[in-house]
Design a protein around this ligand. Structure first.
Ligand code: NAD
Length: 265
């Protein structure tokens, strides 16, 4: 099993703590032999991320705020210097003002719309470009994290849903741009997981419990579930797959309405 990621080096962006989706992905990749580098946003999160990274024997743990393009460039300059190349990237970064993750989408401000789009969507394009430059002629793989609020209206998800729609479209365009170099670009659409970012959405607990009751598998997903699918998308197992949005949501996305019995209770 270890051979799946043996000899592959990758960058994990978006660990905030041990509940982060990116952490579930990192643990799984490491268990299958990958060598990992991590980024963290700011010193406060760095204190949490550094020991986690060290527990997976990561030597490169670098600061990066995607609003500061200089810090993004610095990460890739370090990777070039220390590793000379890169096989995969995990982009698990999202942000919006939590005052606008409640109420109506119609009330989104221009300032928060722009900020949400840059951090949650365009950063993937900027990172993909820099990562692709480091990937070998044999190719590479990149993933980002999205949510079903991109195509269907979820209460309070608002501008994040619009940003995720753009992120999914970016995934397809990037897959087309980099496909000729055998660099694959995919997205995982995860069901709700209790994380720092997830807690910023109003009534997150209600949405979590709703999916738990009504998803076909009758459970929510774990960060390890997301890690398993990431392993598939980042390893050679998915060599023929690019531009996909892969749902890891206990099947919730296929449901139009709950079972009638569930509505009677
Ligand atoms: P999290 O809070 O653990 O991770 C979010 C990460 O984004 C943090 O590490 C944070 O530092 C980073 N980030 C935010 N702004 C940044 C910036 N300016 N520069 C650099 N990093 C920045 O929460 P998570 O739920 O693991 O989120 C990871 C991704 O998964 C996000 O894109 C999120 O939208 C997506 N997602 C989450 C869920 C869920 O229910 N938790 C479901 C589907 C998709």
């Amino acid at each position: 099993m270890q051979a799946l990621m043996q000899g592959k080096r990758g960058l994990i962006m978006g660990v905030a703590n041990n509940h982060s989706l990116a952490w579930g992905i990192a643990k799984t990749l490491s268990a299958h032999g990958a060598e990992l580098a991590f980024t963290y946003q700011g010193d406060a999160l760095g204190k949490r991320v550094k020991p986690l990274a060290q527990s997976l024997n990561a030597e490169l743990v670098l600061p990066c705020d995607v609003e500061d393009l200089g810090s993004v460039d610095a990460v890739f300059a370090t990777l070039k210097e220390k590793w000379g190349g890169l096989d995969f990237v995990v982009h698990a970064i999202g942000f919006s003002d939590k005052n606008e993750l409640k109420g109506r989408y119609a009330d989104t401000t221009r300032e928060n719309f722009s900020r949400t789009m840059v951090i949650s969507c365009f950063s993937f394009t900027e990172i993909a470009k820099r990562a692709a430059e480091l990937m070998p002629p044999t190719g590479g793989s990149m993933i980002t994290l999205t949510y079903g609020g991109s195509t269907r209206v979820m209460p309070n998800y608002n501008v994040m849903g619009v940003a995720k729609a753009a992120l999914e479209a970016s995934t397809r365009y990037l897959a087309s741009d980099y496909g000729p170099r055998n660099i694959r670009v995919n997205a995982i659409s995860a069901g709700p997981v209790r994380t720092l970012a997830g807690a910023g959405i109003a009534d997150a607990r209600i949405m979590f419990n709703y999916q738990l009751r009504h998803a076909p598998l009758r459970r929510t997903v774990s960060i390890e579930d997301v890690g398993g699918s990431a392993l598939y998308l980042l390893s050679d197992l998915s060599n023929g797959v690019t531009g996909e949005v892969h749902f890891v949501d206990s099947g919730y996305n296929i449901i139009s309405m709950p079972e009638p019995d569930a509505l009677k209770t």
